[in-house]
Write a protein that binds this ligand. Structure first.
Ligand code: 6MZ
Length: 348
């Protein structure tokens, strides 16, 4: 089987996908129509074309945080948010994703509060035809939030985790890495963790060795990106050794890092150092709408850039199953990948 088809058909696990960054052009157009039909004020007309940040784009990571407001203007009502969830899950499923942890930041809009925001996504997950994909929700805290708001989100996450432990699995910290101070989120994150939620932290998107060490010492269940950890990509010997000792799984997002110029090119991506050092890694899309990618394309890019064969790709897919937050689904997801592996005569 040709590599492209192999990457598409390989059952894959997506653990780092922001809902509002994952909207495809066709989803955005459907939401626009829906909002127009329901009389919702549309402010996105002139901005739609600016949503995608492709390879030749001059914008960088800092600019990228403006872009999300375009998606936010479309997912402004519970109905639009629910449809955005369903369409996005369908696209991941069509791309061969068999388990996804979608993450999103609850917001108050003129049409819904944070509670209704979470309800709308959970409705979307429930109403999506889940025949080939298991979908879970991670609730995001944004680094630009004041402590009061991050506490509010942690409380909501705990409440929803207690009501729907089969759907809500974790809390994560994301947003512009130049804004906010990790320590101010520690009380909210600790409460969420003590209540049983898993924790993921965006870590090392910019060079900030002090914060990276604090994050690793916090012992989250997963780290996102992990760019400025290895000395070759802006980290220090200390940050790298701390990660190697901790062996915290890292969610890698190659195209996102290249398109935001956080790393200078695919061949210089820290995937190589992490892979060779045996750090547990998971391949992800981050914001497939913004960065015009897909999960199978990310596997394909890894294979082409780092000369991985089908067996090595399959090992990555199997390895990812160990790090899904819904512990009860680990075996189910793993057997799905192994069934494919056996069918294709691969020996792991
Ligand atoms: C940090 C990011 C991100 O939550 O509204 N987000 N945070 N680094 C990144 N790297 C590119 N990509 C996305 O989805 C959009 C939100 O996800 C976070 C940002 O907070 C962004 O506003 P939701 O569904």
């Amino acid at each position: 089987m040709e590599l492209f088809n192999f990457c598409r058909e390989l059952p894959k696990v997506e653990l780092h996908a922001h809902l509002n960054g994952s909207l495809s052009k066709s989803t955005m157009l459907q939401l626009k129509r829906l909002n127009a039909d329901s009389g919702v004020k549309d402010e996105t007309n002139t901005f739609m074309d600016e949503f995608v940040m492709g390879a030749g784009d001059t914008r960088n990571l800092a600019d990228c945080f403006q872009i999300f407001s375009i998606a936010h203007a479309l997912t402004i009502t519970p109905q639009a948010l629910q449809i955005a969830t369903i369409l996005t899950l369908q696209e991941f499923q069509d791309d061969g994703c068999c388990y996804i942890e979608l993450r999103s930041t609850p917001r108050d809009t003129p049409y819904m509060n944070k509670r209704q925001y979470i309800d709308a996504i959970l409705e979307g997950i429930r109403n999506h035809d889940a025949s080939n994909i298991i979908s879970r929700l991670i609730i995001s805290i944004n680094r630009n939030m004041l402590q009061k708001e991050s506490d509010e989100i942690a409380d909501l996450a705990i409440e929803y985790f207690q009501k729907h432990p089969e759907l809500v699995v974790g809390v994560e910290l994301s947003g512009n890495p130049t804004v906010g101070d990790f320590q101010s989120f520690v009380p909210a994150l600790t409460r969420a963790r003590d209540a049983g939620l898993k924790i993921a932290l965006h870590c090392g998107e910019i060079c900030n060795p002090g914060e990276i060490l604090e994050m690793i010492n916090f012992k989250p269940d997963r780290l996102g990106h992990g760019i400025c950890i290895h000395p070759k990509s802006g980290g220090t010997e200390e940050t790298w050794q701390a990660l190697c000792r901790s062996l915290i799984p890292v969610e890698l997002c190659l195209t996102s890092n290249v398109n935001t110029k956080s790393v200078p090119g695919y061949d210089l991506h820290h995937f190589k150092e992490f892979y060779e050092a045996g750090i547990p890694i998971i391949i992800n899309t981050d914001d497939k709408g913004v960065f015009a990618t897909s999960l199978s394309q990310e596997y394909m890019l890894c294979a082409e850039t780092f000369q991985l064969d089908k067996t090595q790709l399959a090992r990555l897919a199997v390895g990812a199953c160990q790090h899904v937050f819904d512990v009860k689904s680990r075996d189910t997801v793993k057997s799905k990948v192994l069934e494919f592996v056996n069918k294709h005569g691969l020996c792991l």
